[in-house]
Ligand binder design. Structure first.
Ligand code: KG4
Ligand code: ZN
Length: 411
């Protein structure tokens, strides 16, 4: 990707207002105004509360993203909308009233600034999130140090010309299997090209994160329960309770998590009735439930890997932050007889795009470089926008663009 393409992206798909600036695949800023505290009393996201908070947060969030990106570029002057090449916004899937706020804001900005706007699918953001690069990829002599905005613009322009376009993804080994595990989606997405996706399987009911959150609620862990469950799971025994393995009699790669939720409720009622679980019982329950949820994903993943000879596996979505899930994916890959090769985006000395391929019998496993990139954030939206912009996929008629709360990535 052209390293010097500057994109300003916004995501208001659920309960976080986020804005980010990217230079190619490199994240210059990624601001998230979290609404978690506002929704905590409801034990889930309350749409009208989310809409109001997005309205209040959007402008300051965008301003901060531009300001932080200026700092990341090493200049002393303000990066303004004039320096941006394209705008990007999530149009779906997500909560309709929440999506609307980001979409209207970015439409207005696109009209005012005369910049192209790119409409992004939130799940595609999670699916490609492992490609995002840290800002340290900026070399010293790339640093823009300028005293006024005209100079800054000139420098950005000259850098754009200087650096050739290396966005052909020749270093990505296909086919890629992207596993998205979030609070709203659990999907296996196969592709040979960025932008052309085949959904191999997805949850037919609750998403994996949603299931963890609902089980966590039964244990009074608070909202969202996923991260707390992970902490508690480290202190418990994953084999203490034998959770059922769903969907083993069907050949489809679809998953179902609602049975695990029901199993939890029945187990708690049968074994504890009205009494609360003690601390160790809670830890054991968390470890076993988490293991039960992930084991189901691994079972289906192993079936996918039996059928498809994938060269790379990418993980994304809120639950991708879970260390245990990552470990279980590595083990599942090893069980296929192939080696796991981690793409080490934390180490600037290593190329983010390994040149090896599956001929040497390994699968490259890529994960987002930070927890922030796993959760809902605008950097992953800006990342996808870079690829779409290069394919000329900006919105041609702004007036007709509207939110798509149920937009599927393969559509
Ligand atoms: O991607 P995300 O921020 O929002 C959606 O698009 O859904 O995912 C949120 C989900 C929640 O269900 C949350 O409990 C879960 O991700 N989550 C985790 C962890 N961190 C967040 N689940 C398990 N372990 C974690 N460390
Ligand atoms: Zn998400």
């Amino acid at each position: 990707m052209n390293k010097y393409l500057l994109i300003l992206a916004v995501d208001t798909s659920c309960d976080d207002t986020s804005a980010a600036v990217l230079r190619g695949d490199t994240v210059l800023s990624n601001i998230i105004a979290s609404q978690t505290e506002l929704h905590r009393p409801y034990g889930g996201v309350f749409p009208t509360v989310a809409k109001q908070a997005h309205k209040e947060n959007i402008e300051p969030t965008v301003k901060t993203a531009l300001k932080r990106a200026s700092i990341a570029l090493g200049n002393k002057t303000k990066l303004t909308i004039n320096n941006i090449d394209a705008l990007a916004v999530t149009v779906g899937p997500g909560l309709a009233p929440a999506l609307e706020v980001g979409l209207n804001f970015m439409k207005d900005l696109a009209i005012k600034s005369q910049k192209p706007l790119i409409a992004i699918n939130h799940i595609e953001g999670h699916a490609l999130s492992a490609l995002a690069q840290r800002n340290h990829s900026l070399k010293k002599n790339d640093t823009l140090d300028t005293k006024n905005s005209r100079q800054l613009e000139k420098l950005i322009e000259s850098n754009k010309k200087k650096i050739s376009d290396n966005s052909n993804n020749t270093n990505i080994n296909y086919p890629v299997l992207s596993i998205v595990v979030s609070g709203g989606h659990t999907e296996f997405i196969l592709f040979n090209k960025i932008g052309e996706y085949q959904i191999l399987g997805s949850s037919i009911d609750d998403a994996a994160g949603e299931c963890l959150d609902k089980i966590g609620r039964m244990l009074n862990l608070g909202y969202p329960a996923g991260p707390i469950m992970e902490k508690f799971a480290h202190l418990g025994n994953p084999k203490a309770i034998d959770f059922p393995l769903p969907m083993t009699t069907t050949k489809s790669f679809d998953m179902s998590f609602s049975g695990l939720k029901t199993f939890s409720r029945n187990y708690i009622e049968d074994h504890f009735g009205d009494t609360s679980l003690n601390q160790q019982q809670t830890y054991d329950f968390c470890a076993s439930a988490q293991y039960g949820v992930f084991r189901h994903i691994m079972y289906k993943l192993s079936k996918v890997l039996e059928k498809y000879d994938v060269a790379e596996i990418w993980l994304g979505g809120g639950v991708a932050a879970n260390v245990n899930l990552r470990k279980m994916i590595r083990e599942t890959i090893k069980n296929t007889g192939k080696k796991v090769s981690n793409s080490d985006t934390k180490n600037p000395k290593l190329s983010p795009y390994p040149t090896s391929n599956n001929q040497i019998n390994k699968i490259i496993f890529r994960t987002p470089y930070s927890k922030r990139l796993c959760m809902d954030n605008a950097a992953i939206i800006g990342l996808v926008a870079g690829y779409k912009f290069k394919r000329g996929e900006n919105v041609k008629k702004l007036e007709t663009l509207s939110r798509l709360p149920r937009w599927k990535i393969g559509d």
